[in-house]
Design a protein around this ligand. Structure first.
Ligand code: OOB
Length: 555
């Protein structure tokens, strides 16, 4: 399938650029180095060529080998006719092909969209539609789900999609290529600017459709290099990757890219359970792990139940993505002798870390401080006025690795950013005397289910399409393991044929799943109500619903 002679895509289209005076400042300060992510990886591979870069099951790759596969895959892609600016949705579990696909695509200037394994055809077809992606790369099956079925749906619905590449049994689609056949061939790298968007991260979002986050080479690599320094990664670092590889936390905080920058070794796990991961930690003498609080809690429980205390063996345990309970943080440090780091970040940019030399109480009770002195942070009230230091307010931020706008979303950007370019994070925070951030809550209508973000509006829109749903409201409910789960309040159009409420609840959950939303977005609980409570402005009063949930049920 050779598709050439097409007009080259405009690489700036739909992207909000950093204003020139900021870009100049970030360059002058040495934050932005003008290097592409592809060249960055080549530099790492040359510097550490003989070090082991990646372990994936029985397979292991030295840096030089990994780079060679990346080049081969890039040749394959360009022979298929892809060119700079073409988009590719990559949806792979934690396997080596993820990195070959990601760096290979970047090598020819394609723009990957970092889909997570939990996404289903609603999300994936949306990503394809938003970017006119021509290629979709997936696994055959993972966690019992068949991605080829998802690919079929996308193929029939998304006009831009030309090819599906499957790692594993490809079925009707194309199989991952035998890379060695492209060994001796060279590609001519495209002429790219490090200021171009390199790839798209995904927003947890708070509105109906997930937004795409264009990250430039310059901004992303700055956060990667700085994070590798803060996390003290070296050639000796052995990192276990438990969270999905494509997530921003896993990629850049300090993540796989930070690790490659330092020349360390990455071990991939497709299963985050304590039983599997503890063995890998032992077998590979792992020094660094990053978890979400829910996983940290389940690993702590495993240790409590008698498994070896792996926490004390790690040089660093990073926990982020959702609020870590102080009690668990304390247990990890005081009972399990763990070197803990809290990480509070977002795919849009800003990342905060507690530091190695922070006071223990700061590590237990705060979410750390910004990466860069150039990260501008404001804590404001509802009118965008600064609140007094130490008080809770909305967190706004602007800086050398925080985006200035979502991709192709001018209307949404008007609300998501201030006129002077600060990103409205939707987080409620305060800054303590030590200058560390404490996340106190959220103003965005989002549920953080163990680190997986649910934009309530997206789920409500799906529920509201059901013929018997008059209206719906998705709210969070506390959960001891995941931190939060979701509960859908539904005003229901009754019918004589209705089954029992329990069956009805099962049917509705199935409806959301079959609609094609990611499994974690399916409401954990459903409550049927005669009417909704309303605010003075006539909006559904979610605060009242959350309170009702707390008083009517012991959760
Ligand atoms: C990370 O990125 P996203 O884009 O999945 O989610 C960002 C949101 C934040 O705005 C905040 O609401 C929440 O997730 N969050 C935390 C947190 N870390 C993230 N809330 C409380 N405490 C924390 N430590 O989740 C992400 C990206 C890079 C590094 C780490 C996490």
């Amino acid at each position: 399938m050779i598709k050439q002679d097409k007009a080259a895509p405009d690489l700036w289209e739909g992207i909000v650029q950093y204003p020139p005076e900021f870009a100049e400042k970030y360059i002058a300060k040495g934050y932005w180095k003008g290097q592409t992510i592809s060249d960055f990886f080549i530099e790492c591979a040359e510097k550490y060529s003989e070090n082991i870069a990646l372990v994936c099951g029985e397979r292991q790759f030295r840096y030089a080998e990994l780079q060679q596969h990346v080049d081969e895959f890039a040749v394959y892609l360009s022979k298929q006719g892809y060119q700079a600016g073409d988009s590719v949705v990559i949806q792979l579990p934690n396997i080596a092909e993820f990195f070959i696909a990601y760096f290979g695509a970047l090598r020819i200037g394609m723009r990957p969209i970092m889909s997570l394994p939990a996404h289903r055809h609603c999300e994936v077809s949306h990503f394809i539609g938003q970017t006119d992606a021509k290629l979709y790369i997936c696994a055959d099956k993972f966690m019992g789900f068949d991605y080829r079925k998802l690919a079929q749906k996308c193929m029939s619905r998304c006009g831009s999609l030309e090819q599906v590449l499957v790692v594993g049994d490809a079925g009707e689609f194309e199989a991952w290529p035998e890379l060695s056949q492209y060994q001796q061939q060279r590609i001519v790298p495209p002429n790219l600017s490090a200021r171009h968007a390199a790839f798209f991260q995904l927003s947890g979002g708070s509105t109906g459709t997930p937004k795409l986050i264009p990250r430039t080479h310059d901004d992303y690599l700055y956060s990667v290099r700085a994070s590798a320094g803060i996390c003290q990664l070296t050639q000796q670092t052995k990192m276990l990757m438990v969270l999905p590889v494509a997530h921003n936390f896993s990629m850049s905080s300090a993540g796989s890219l930070g690790l490659f920058y330092a020349g360390g070794m990455l071990v991939l796990s497709q299963d985050p359970s304590a039983s599997v991961c503890f063995k890998l930690i032992d077998q590979h003498n792992i020094s660094h792990v990053a978890l979400v609080p829910a996983l940290a809690a389940s690993w702590a429980e495993a240790v409590q139940k008698g498994q070896e205390n792996i926490f004390s063996r790690l040089e660093l345990l990073q926990v982020g993505g959702a609020r870590l309970a102080d009690a668990l943080a304390r247990q990890l440090i005081e009972q399990y002798n763990c070197r803990l780091q809290q990480v509070f970040g977002m795919a849009e940019g800003l990342v905060n870390y507690t530091r190695y030399d922070d006071d223990i109480e700061q590590i237990i009770a705060t979410q750390g401080s910004r990466i860069s002195a150039a990260d501008e942070i404001k804590v404001v009230d509802d009118e965008d006025q600064d609140v007094p230091r130490g008080e809770v307010g909305h967190l706004l931020t602007r800086g050398p690795y925080t985006i200035r706008g979502y991709y192709n979303a001018p209307e949404h950007n008007r609300n998501a950013f201030t006129v002077d370019g600060f990103y409205r994070t939707g987080d409620l925070v305060r800054i303590n005397e030590a200058g560390n951030i404490i996340v106190e809550g959220r103003s965005k209508d989002q549920i953080n289910r163990g680190g997986e973000k649910i934009a309530t509006e997206e789920v409500e829109q799906v529920l509201n399409q059901h013929l018997q749903v008059i209206q719906s409201a998705l709210v969070s409910m506390p959960d001891p393991m995941l931190g939060e789960k979701s509960c859908a309040y539904i005003q229901w159009r009754k019918d004589e044929q209705d089954p029992s409420p329990t069956r009805l609840m099962m049917q509705l959950r199935q409806y959301v799943q079959q609609y094609g939303l990611a499994t974690y977005k399916v409401p954990d609980r459903i409550e049927f109500v005669e009417d909704m409570p309303y605010t003075a402005l006539g909006k559904i009063d979610k605060k009242a619903l959350r309170q009702r949930l707390m008083t009517e049920h012991t959760l």
